[in-house]
Design a protein around this ligand. Structure first.
Ligand SMILES: Cc1ncc(COP(=O)(O)O)c(C=O)c1O
Length: 387
């Protein structure tokens, strides 16, 4: 009775962890959740007169024209010149992953992803029957060389998260992006760049998007308002090469007609009136301080047990444990005995990896909770490694 692809829907382990992580008394390093007090609270009463006219009626599938203009201007300023006509407003950037998967994947299609990569993209690509290849685990090599090693003649899509990646926190430099783009231009595939963390830069601004360096390859670029305003708004956007845009628009129409108009009006107002940059200026110091607090706690409690890079942006530390360890068991024991939630590394790999890794979010807990949680993590890890 059910479609064959339903068998490919992977387990709900991640949803289970996230549900457990939100129970009272649990310190959560598990999800990519903004801090509660860092959520943008829209002021409906302050909207200009008439701004809400039409908000409750059906709207254009492409998105509200004024918001598309704002997004095009924002991206052009970030180094990806584009017009409002190339912008498609999404109900969250997770929708862009679904639309691109529908556009480019059929059973058996080879898709190349970073290793590790965003686990919900893997779930979506698998649902549509992709055969996944991973690149990136050979840390001694420059990214373009590693990418080349992973590419196969029949790869038709690559999914990249080059800026403060989820989960690794990695950010490719300007020259690495140029070299990767030049490599990708030599192959016949769609380049899909996912960029929801760009504005959460704690040290220096991120280099322009990788797709801005492409000369030949068709591309899709997407971003999100979830991490910088509020995920409950469910608002993101994509910009696409002219050869792909009409198909993505039709897929969006078929999926849900258009994105939530009320959210679009609120976000458009936040962009037009400068509330968005003001909000960012308020939350960046909070997240930077939490990142630094976690770096300090990790050094003190886990310095001999794991290695990591300080993330220059985004929301996560990615730890490679010094010894092999069952990170699923670590996650379960830590949640049950210590009331601390973490994400095991396994679900972030398209192909099994020999390393034992965990992902820790630093935006949700405060500095005190971070230190107590990391201390409990270190204690639980030592216990597990002794057995
Ligand atoms: C890399 C990446 N892409 C997409 C998403 C989906 O975000 P949203 O649908 O809230 O825009 C996330 C959320 O964590 C993410 O980390």
């Amino acid at each position: 009775m059910l479609a064959e692809r339903i068998n490919r829907l992977t387990s709900s382990l991640v949803r289970d962890i996230l549900a457990a992580a939100s129970s009272p008394g649990v310190t959560s390093f598990a999800g990519g959740l903004p801090a509660e007090h860092a959520l943008f609270v829209p002021d409906l009463a302050a909207l200009p007169a008439g701004a809400l006219a039409g908000a409750l009626q059906y709207g254009p599938s492409e998105g509200e024209p004024a918001l598309r203009e704002q997004v095009a201007a924002m991206l052009s300023a970030q180094g990806l010149p584009c017009t409002a006509g190339q912008v498609l407003i999404l109900n969250g950037s997770q929708q862009g992953i679904d639309l691109v998967a529908k556009l480019a994947i059929e059973p058996g299609r080879r898709v190349l992803v970073e290793s590790p990569t965003y686990l919900a993209a893997l779930q979506s690509f698998r649902l549509f029957g992709a055969e996944l290849d991973g690149w990136g685990s050979d840390e001694g090599m420059p990214p373009a060389g590693r990418l080349e090693k992973g590419l196969r003649t029949d790869t038709r899509l690559t999914y990249l998260n080059p800026t403060f990646q989820n989960p690794s926190g990695a950010c490719y430099s300007h020259s690495e992006r140029q070299a990767l783009a030049a490599e990708l231009d030599c192959h016949s595939l769609i380049v899909f760049e996912d960029d929801p963390y760009r504005d959460l830069a704690y040290d220096t601004p991120a280099p322009p998007p990788l797709v801005s360096h492409l000369q030949q390859a068709p591309w899709v670029y997407q971003g999100s308002f979830s991490k910088i305003l509020a995920p409950g708004l469910r608002l993101g956007y994509l910009v696409a090469h002219p050869a792909l845009f009409p198909h993505l628009l039709r897929l969006k129409q078929a999926a849900d007609l258009h994105s939530n108009r009320l959210s679009q009006i609120l976000v458009c107002d936040a962009l037009q009136t400068g509330k968005l940059p003001a909000h960012l200026a308020r939350i960046l110091p909070v997240y930077r301080a939490r990142r630094d607090a976690m770096a300090d706690s990790l050094q003190r409690h886990l310095g001999d047990l794991a290695r990591w890079q300080l993330p220059a942006g985004g929301l996560f530390f990615w730890l490679t444990l010094a010894e092999r360890c069952d990170t699923m068991a670590l996650m379960r024991d830590l949640l049950k005995e210590d009331r601390v939630a973490i994400m095991p590394g396994e679900p972030f790999f398209a192909v099994p990896d020999a390393r034992s890794c965990i992902r820790l979010n630093f935006s949700h807990a405060d500095a005190g909770q971070i230190d107590a949680g990391v201390a409990r993590l270190a204690g639980r890890l030592r216990t597990l490694l002794c057995h």
